[in-house]
Design a protein around this ligand. Sequence first.
Ligand SMILES: [Zn+2]
Length: 287
Amino acid sequence: MRRIHMRFPEGKGKALTLSYDDGVEQDQRLIEVMKKNGLKGTFNINSGLYASPGMKYNPGNVHRRMSLEDCRKVYLNSGMEIACHTWTHALGERLSSCLNMQQIVKDRENLESQYDCTVRGLAYPGGQYNDEVIEIMRYAGIVYGRTVCSAHDFRLPTDWYHMSPTCHHNDPQLMEFAEKFVEISVLYDSVLFLLWGHSYEFEENDNWEVIEQFADYMGGRNDIWYATNIQIYDYVHAFDNLIFHIDGKSVYNPSAMEIFLEADGELFCISPGQEKALTYAAYDKRR
Ligand SMILES: [Zn+2]
């Protein structure tokens, strides 16, 4: 019996991703912090709630949505993923099916045309969703849904429509989880740290140092893959689509991605379209 475990790109055993909601002005500063430390993540936007160009907010209002023009400046070419947060931040059991459908379909269609990219992720607004919402997402080509329920662990999602974050950035245990994540030795399954929040909260609580400290501590590590939510989804699914011989001694990679795995503690890289024997002779020196 072979022990086979997925590894992330370059054989890494850990992945870190961020997920931030609402498309607010403070996302610009958050992206600067992320870029400085090599972090990547996903920004979940309501395509029906942009601010009017030149809109002035009342002093003290921290929840300042950006105009479409400003959003394009902040997110396009940032290396971050753009994902749905529904059309007008409304979803859930209290809405009729057709209104839930409109919230999802219209948001995806708007975002794809506004940012000229494919949009396949969603963060549930207010954490609201139910089985019907998930069914609509499937039909609409949305492949994952991020919840607001902290899992307080590093397990990869098994059901991507219940993609629970590790924690919110205001979690008193944030740095405790970060240190635990950094110190883990990955012997078996690869692990994921998913951080979520709203960047306006840093201004509201006057605590930008929370994310600056987290990013500084977690960034620049050789054993962590810094990726967006959808990059992690796509990689895990490409791994899941590998075709193994029944004895685990050979594998075929039908995807267009280079996939890494450990078999009996040895690291292998399977090229796109490659059939590879998982033997010691085929041991990948890139480990
Ligand atoms: Zn929201």
